[in-house]
Design a protein around this ligand. Sequence first.
Ligand SMILES: Nc1ncnc2c1ncn2[C@@H]1O[C@H](COP(=O)(O)OP(=O)(O)OP(=O)(O)O)[C@@H](O)[C@H]1O
Length: 227
Amino acid sequence: MIRIEDVSKSFTLHNQGSAVIPVMQGATFDVMPGECVALTGNSGAGKSTLMRMIYGNYLSASGHIWVGETDVATAEPREIIALRRATLGYVSQFLRVVPRVPTLEVVAEPLLTVGVDKEVAFAKARDLLSRLNIPETLWGLSPTTFSGGEQQRVNIARGFAHDYPAMLLDEPTASLDATNRETVLSLIEEAKARGAAIIGIFHDAPARERVADREINVSAFTPAKAA
Ligand SMILES: Nc1ncnc2c1ncn2[C@@H]1O[C@H](COP(=O)(O)OP(=O)(O)OP(=O)(O)O)[C@@H](O)[C@H]1O
C-alpha cells in the first residue's frame, strides 16, 4: 500500500549562505495493508522529515513514494489533495481547525468530504468522541478553547473518522492518560484489522511494541558525513 523507493532529501538553508544539508539517502521500504511500521532512530535521524515527505508537505529530492497508485514524490498538488481526502490520513500531534466550527462537525468533516451520508458521519463522530471521553456538553462548541489534552483527543477522533487505507501517526499516544491511551491503541488495532497500512512514530515504547509489526530505523538512511 505504501512503498518508499530510494528516497533522498536535503535542506538548503537560504539564510545561511545556501548551505545544503543532506538528511536522507536511499530510504527504501514498504508497508502492506494491515501492517503497522514504526519509524525509530535518534532525535534528528529524520523520522518527521520522512513522514512529511510521505504526506507531501516536503518534496523529496529523488526516488518514489507510492501511496496506492499515487507517487507523492512526483504528484501534482491536486493529486495530493485527492490522496489526502480519500486515501492517506495523518494524525499529527496538534489540532488545527477553522475557528467557530463545532467539535462534532470537526470530527465528522473528513467523512462528509468523501460523501458519507450526514447521519452516518455524525453518528461515527459521536461514537469516537464518546470513546475518547470528550464530554457531550462540549460537542457543540469549537475546540479552539479546549484544553491541550482535549484538543489532542478531538484531533485523534477526526483522524480516525474516515477509514483511510493508509495512515501516518505522529506520536498518537503522547501525553494521554492511561484510559485514553488504551482507546487510541485500540483504534490503531481496529484500523490494522480492517486493512489499513500504517506508519507511525511512537516514543511510547510499550505502545510501539504493542501495535507495530516492524520497526524501521531511519538512521540507516542518514547520509554518511562528508569527510
Ligand atoms: N525545515 C528544515 N530545514 C532545515 N533542516 C531541517 C528541517 N527539518 C528538519 N531538518 C533537519 O533534518 C534532520 C532530521 O530532522 P527530523 O525532525 O526529521 O528528525 P526526527 O528523527 O524526527 O527527530 P525527533 O525525534 O527529535 O523529532 C535534522 O538534522 C534537522 O535539523
